[in-house]
Design a binder for this molecule. Sequence first.
Ligand SMILES: NC(=O)c1ccc[n+]([C@@H]2O[C@H](COP(=O)([O-])OP(=O)(O)OC[C@H]3O[C@@H](n4cnc5c(N)ncnc54)[C@H](O)[C@@H]3O)[C@@H](O)[C@H]2O)c1
Length: 335
Amino acid sequence: MAGGVLTRLAVAGLGLVGARHAAAVLAHPSARLAATVDPMAERRAAFDAPGFADIAEIDVALDGIILATPSALHADHAEAALARGWPCLVEKPIASDSAGADRIVAASAAAGLPVLTGHHRRYHGSVRALRDIIGAGAIGRPVAATAIWAMKKPDPYFQVPWRAGPDGSPVRINMVHEVDLLRFLLGEVEAVAALGAQPVRRAGRVENGAIALRFQNGCTASLVFADTGLSPWGFEAGTGENPNIGTTGQDYLFIAGTGGAVSFPSLTVWGGAADWGQAVAPTTHRVEVTDALTGQLDHFLDVIAGREAPLIDAVDARHTLDVILRIEAALEAAA
Ligand SMILES: NC(=O)c1ccc[n+]([C@@H]2O[C@H](COP(=O)([O-])OP(=O)(O)OC[C@H]3O[C@@H](n4cnc5c(N)ncnc54)[C@H](O)[C@@H]3O)[C@@H](O)[C@H]2O)c1
């Protein structure tokens, strides 16, 4: 709502990320936390807002809703919210499967209401700067990229039932961010290969692996991941964007182009040489970094008000999910 009136938002699902969304809404000068939804009463009690055990029970007026519920429930919850006339911010992945994503795309179209998907990295200042560096041609044509994401998750993380199954795999929870980031930077993925293993927890879902991607622009990329590996390398550790994950400030993503290279998040650009006969020299770019979740909320308020179209709508997010599902199929085939 424009003109100084606070936009009334609900947050459904008050777990790891939903509690952060609710805090961001409470802190936002243009938004009001009008409702919380979670079957766990103690989680609702943590916020000074009308609380409901189920979305169907909400009996207060809303301008929009943030769905931070387990991924397998996104489609049911988005359909219910859109039928009530509420624009949605749906956490990533958009759904657990293509059918769920299709249902959200259809419900958004049928209601004529926007769905924004929670790929919040797209609002991170360093990501925007990296995209600008590549877009400005500072590294020429991107040809090769590699990232290593190795973050050791604590055992209690997996004691939440929905994370015990495939929805808790680092492919669905973490590589979905990496794939969306690379799509944001490099364009669409045309081919996928992957190998994985589960040597440590052996809990029926992949723990570590290597993913190869080829993009339509001809760039190839590798993503190496482990949710059992204790390392300084990962988007969250490098950028410090997640208060639940320790900050190291180390680079974890490296992109080479025909005219230079860039590492992230330091935004060190290497260039100034014609070919391998000369050493490339580094230049560091400094950017002002703001909280990505708050940047996403700013944008959601603009989407609700009709001032902006979703930066990543349900159709776009379904493309990211499609790549994840293809990676999972490749992992399965190579198991
Ligand atoms: N963008 C990010 O960085 C990020 C980070 C973490 C999780 N996520 C995504 O957010 C979603 C939630 O993940 P999480 O780690 O916060 O999970 P979580 O298990 O910590 O929290 C989920 C919450 O949803 C509640 N819930 C369950 N059923 C519900 C229902 N019917 N209605 C309302 N609430 C219900 C649970 O009680 C719990 O409090 C997942 O889709 C996940 O992939 C995104």
